[in-house]
Structure formats: C-alpha cells, structure tokens
Design a protein around this ligand. Structure first.
Ligand code: ZN
Length: 480
C-alpha cells in the first residue's frame, strides 16, 4: 500500500459517516481523552484561561491531528497540547464523556467500551499532578464518577450502550526510579566493593530495571552541604530510608553507622495502578467493566513493574476484566508478558504477535481477542506500510479481532476510516466485517446476559440466524 493513497483516507473531523460499511458496529478500543471535539477543547481553554496552540477549532484540529506517521512517544506528546484545557474541570470531564457517546451514535456504533486514565484527568490525590496543573480538588475517584454521569446521560440520549475501562499508565509509577545517573553511581570507583549487588532487605521488592527519571536521587550522604533528603513520601512508605540506600546504592555497607558515598533511590509511594483496580471495583455497577495498561510500551520492563502486577493480580481476584496495550510499538515479548504475567483477556493492538509463530498459534488456540486499530497503527508507525499488516494475517486465519479508532481526535478519523482502509486496501468484505463485529461482541466485557442481547441485536441487523455464530471462530476452536 502506498502512503499517498493512505493520505486520502481520513475524514475530517465532523464529516461523519452516514452509511457505515457495516450496519451496527461494536468498538472495544477507543480512548476518551483521544476522542474530544476540538470545539470543546477550545471552549474550555478560553473559559479556564489555558493557552492553546490555536484559536479556531479547524487550526486546533490540524495542530493536534496527524497526517503522517510519528513515533509512539511523538504521538503521546500530542496530549500535552490540549489535556490542560480539560483535566481538573468537572464540567469539561462530564461533557467530553457525553459528547463521546453522541459521536459514536453518529458513527453507527451500537456498543462501545471507552477507556481513560482517571489520574490523567485529576488534579488532587494524584502524584505527580499531570499536565503541570495547579493542585485542585478533583480526585481520580471523582473523575470516574463524572465520566460515568456523562456516559450514562449520553446512553440515555443517544441510544448507544457504553461501558468504560480504566487505564493504568505504564510510566506511573515505576516502583523505583533507577535511571542512568544512578547506574553510573553504582559503578563509580568511590563506592565500596559490592555496591548495588546486595540482596534487598526483607519486605523490599527486588530491584527492577527502570528507565524513568530520577526525582528522588540524593547523595553523597556524607556531603555536609547537601545532606540526604528524607522526603515525606518515603516516610509514608514505611521503609527505613537507609535500608533502601544499602539495597540500591551501597551494597554491604552499613549506612546507619557509616553513611558513605551513596545514591538513594526511593520507591515511589503513590502508585496509580493499585488505585485504578480499586476504582474498577467501586464503580463496577456504573459503566466500569475492565482495566487496561496504556502508555509508552517501550519503557523497559514496564509490564512487570510491581504496581501493575499487583493491580492485575487484584483484578483477577475480583473478577475485573483485563486488557493490555501490547505488541503495538513493542515486541511479541510484550504480548507474552501481558498474557502470561498480567493475565490479560484481550490484547490492545498486538500486531507484533505474528512475529512469534509459537505465541501467535497459542493465542489463536486460546481464541485471544486482538483490538486492532488499523489507521492508528499506520500513523503511530507501529505498522510499516511496506509489510503485510497483522490484521491481514488475522483475517486469513479467521482470528478473533475487532476494528477500532483508538484516538480519533489525533488521527482525524472516524470508525469508518478504519473500515474503509481495510476494505479498499486490504480487501475486507462485508462478511468479514460482520464476523469481526460478532467476535467483538463476544469478546466484550459485558456480563453474559447482556452479551447475548447484544449478539441477538447484531444477528438481526446482519440478517443472520443466531446459529451462524458456530462458524465465527477458527475451526480448530469449535467446541471450546
Ligand atoms: Zn490505545
């Protein structure tokens, strides 16, 4: 596929499809904060005195939106432009949720699961406070409540069924911020022998590989000008500060009696992910159906940060459904971690799964659902247009997957863009669209009775008898 032809595909925001390629669609992977109307951003930017990079909705759309591929971190930087206008404002949070439902109704979506990070819209009880906001009084808990209100009002007014998924963020936080500066100190000749090699004291997790920043590094300890800083956060963590320094910085050295040259790295106290799973539990009856892990997948080891592992373990225990962004920019290994360690039930994107045949086969056998976002994969560079798209392989193998927009504001798209792209450039047929939507409904996080209702609605709209579902899965999986 040529990139030129792809450029013709996206719709302008606001030019919504009136005749979707598939009547009644199910969407499982779309971000609330990537689906805001430029007009709404502009409105709240003005109202709240937040500087935006443009003065008209059209200009704003073009600055926030992408026309050609960027790296994933480049794409993630887009949020900096407009999130300060929305985050920390009750009215704005509720309104973007409401308008989201309206937008999906216009696209012909009958059921959608929308995801977001409650922490990224909050300005209180969140550390660090995102988007350089001043501290306010909107907690992640209240964010979920506001989004729920907006979604429920939207459901009522636009007749679209909506559920939500709460996102953990890969970078927030790592259990320790062991970065390059610390690594350099650990190999410094000033450190005593064995530095950094001592096992962690009881009760402290094993050190993990971190590439995040180093907000909590202090040292050397003996420097009279800059004595070690013991932060409030550390005290609340309940870990004796020097114990950590021994563990991470100074090997066998007893820093209580001899605070020698040292760098300390505190585990961060405010762990977003365990709170995310608690919010999932609390709001389970009010639109929330699952947990997700989003953000920059290329942060090394981030699937296995203790906070994320803990949150997913708790989700399994509490019957919270699970999905994970994996194998988008990252390798098949990330998908493996998501499946085996985080016990995910669906894979967000998952394109790179096909690079590991054994894993791909295993996931086909498990009937794992892939949340495919074709247009997004082109613009984020997670799919290289000179190679076969993973979704073509998924189609060939009659795998379980859905088509999704991901971040329509940034990709200047609607769901129709993704359907057009696969139809025109990859030969997808109406039959395949129906099959994938039925699989999306089956893989939704709805309870069984509501899933059945949704499926009946689709079968009816598609003119299919419910028994047709027997042929919807790979033949190897029949009877499972
Ligand atoms: Zn996503």
């Amino acid at each position: 596929m040529s990139t030129d032809s792809l450029k013709m595909l996206p719709h302008s925001w606001g030019v919504l499809s009136l005749s979707p390629l598939c009547p009644l669609q199910v969407e499982l992977h779309v971000h609330l904060d990537g689906s805001i109307k430029p007009e709404t951003i502009l409105y709240y930017g003005r109202k709240r005195g937040v500087t935006l990079p443009a003065n008209t909705a059209e200009d704003l759309k073009n600055i926030i939106g992408m026309d050609k591929p960027l790296t994933l971190p480049g794409f993630l930087a887009k949020f900096d432009y407009y999130m300060p206008a929305i985050a920390g404002c009750r009215e704005a949070i509720k309104r973007v949720a409401y308008e989201f439902v309206e937008m999906k109704a216009k696209e012909g979506v009958v059921y959608v699961e929308v995801r977001y990070s409650p922490h990224l819209l909050a300005n209180d009880k969140v550390e660090p406070i995102p988007w350089n906001q001043e501290k306010g009084d909107i907690t992640p808990d209240e964010v979920v409540s506001l989004v729920n209100q907006g979604l429920q009002e939207g459901e009522r007014d636009f007749k679209v069924k909506v559920r939500s998924i709460l996102c953990c963020m890969r970078h927030e936080p790592s259990e320790c911020d062991l970065g390059p500066a610390l690594a350099a100190h650990l190999t410094s000749p000033n450190l005593p022998a064995g530095a950094g090699a001592a096992p962690p004291p009881p009760g402290i997790p094993e050190p993990i590989s971190c590439t995040a920043g180093l907000p909590e590094v202090v040292g050397p300890c003996r420097d009279p000008v800059q004595p070690p800083v013991v932060s409030e956060r550390k005290l609340r963590h309940g870990v004796e500060p020097f114990a950590e320094a021994v563990w991470l910085g100074c090997g066998s050295q007893d820093l209580k009696t001899d605070p020698g040259p040292s760098v300390m790295c505190w585990p961060r106290v405010e762990d977003w992910s365990p709170e995310v799973v608690e919010l999932c539990k609390k709001y389970q009856q009010q639109t929330v159906v699952g947990i997700d892990l989003a953000g920059d997948e290329t942060i090394e080891g981030s699937s296995l940060f203790p906070g994320h592992l803990k949150a997913y373990e708790e989700a399994v225990k509490s019957g919270i459904h699970r999905t994970v962004h994996a194998g988008e920019a990252g390798s098949a290994e990330m998908v493996k971690e998501a499946v085996d360690r985080l016990k995910t039930e669906r894979v967000g994107h998952g394109y790179h799964t096909v690079e590991d045949e054994a894993l791909y086969k295993r996931l086909l056998e498990k009937n794992m659902h892939f949340e495919v976002c074709p247009w997004s994969s082109y613009l984020t560079g997670s799919w290289k247009p000179d190679t076969e798209h993973a979704v073509v392989r998924f189609k060939k193998d009659q795998a379980n997957y859905s088509l999704n927009t991901d971040d329509p504001l940034i990709f200047k798209s609607t769901l129709d863009t993704d359907y057009q792209m696969t139809k025109e450039k990859m030969g997808f047929t109406e039959e395949e669209f129906k099959r994938l939507n039925i699989n999306a409904a089956k893989s939704s996080f709805l309870p069984e009775d509501e899933k059945r209702e949704l499926l009946d609605l689709l079968y009816k709209a598609y003119g299919m008898p419910p028994s047709a579902s027997a042929g919807m899965f790979p033949s190897a999986l029949l009877g499972h």
